[in-house]
Design a protein around this ligand. Sequence first.
Ligand SMILES: *Cc1c(COP(=O)(O)O)cnc(C)c1O
Length: 388
Amino acid sequence: MTEPFDEKLERAKRDGLLRSLRVAESCNGRSAIIDGKEVILFGSNDYLGLANHPDIKNAAIDCVKKYGWGSGASPLISGRTALHEKFEEKIASFLEKPAALMFSSGYSANVGVLTALMGRDDEIFADRLCHASIIDGARFSGAKLKRFAHNDIDSLTNLLGKGEGRGKRLIVTDGLFSMDGDKAPLKALAELASVNGAMLMVDDAHGFGVFGPDGRGTVHEAGISEMVDIHVVTLGKALGGAGGVVLGSRKLIDGLVNFSRSYIYSTAPPSAAACAGSAALEIVSGSEGDRRRGALFSNVETILSGLRKHGAEIGDGKSQIIPVTMGSEEKALDYAKFLLEGGVFVPAIRPPTVPPNSSRLRISIISEHTCDDLFQFLNIFGRITLVE
Ligand SMILES: *Cc1c(COP(=O)(O)O)cnc(C)c1O
């Protein structure tokens, strides 16, 4: 009898693309025990070290003690509580949008909004490097999906010009790209959307909490919040929690409550996730958020200047996500293996997550990395480069 996936798994193995799960113990964003050995992590999205923040942990614990753990039902039945509502009001006010809706994850938020809003007669214009959840949502919606070259306004202009113009048109992009660490040209995209009668959707999963005034993200940094029709953020990255949030007009949110299948047919996230989200917002928007962002960017500077000294091929992005392009899958895996032997975990990112021949190490910096952590990474990286 053939096992499921026999052939596909064999092929992935042959191509150096096989993935396997890791078990991380005592993970705190900065270090973890992987395969029984303590390593420094350079692969976490917990950019501000909030996943272990005492105020956030306590907010979640208090909430569980009072209200229990599971929500027990989907939101339209009885799963949505006053705590979800309070959090939604708080984040809507922080991001200066009329309304917000909390999903269990960013993945389901993107799929939920795109499938509810867009249909067969509509067109979705998506950056080629958009997150997989956007691409999945666009495909599931049945709309015509047109992908423009990464951050390329000419390419998008060209596609918009060829549009059929029958239905709705939506331009969608990540705010900060998760594999390349660069930002979208939001201002130009907003202008293009407005000139072409298209809606604009920005998924700021990696920018939220890190960039912009008080950590509001790339949309507010670019000063185009009013031109963004659909603003998506996630709580699983800089906010150290779990969940996805869609923000926009009251009508948009009403539409999601009525038509978004990933929202309607899924158990509401635990109230504790909403409580933790509220507590995280307090920290992100306050002076402690500024302090943590300051530490984060100082760490980023240290790594960037160290990598440049070693002649590494890094783009000109200036964010907490630093891709070091390796090309072949093999080389990326070799580097990751040597680094791990030296006590440093850096993920090797391979196709299909990134295009063929652009395999890379993706270094994620967090505010909690110490100087020792940074130099341990740079020393090992430098030694491999010398041997090469
Ligand atoms: C991580 C991520 C998501 C998914 O969010 P989850 O809450 O982890 O499901 C969506 N979009 C982008 C750009 C992301 O980086």
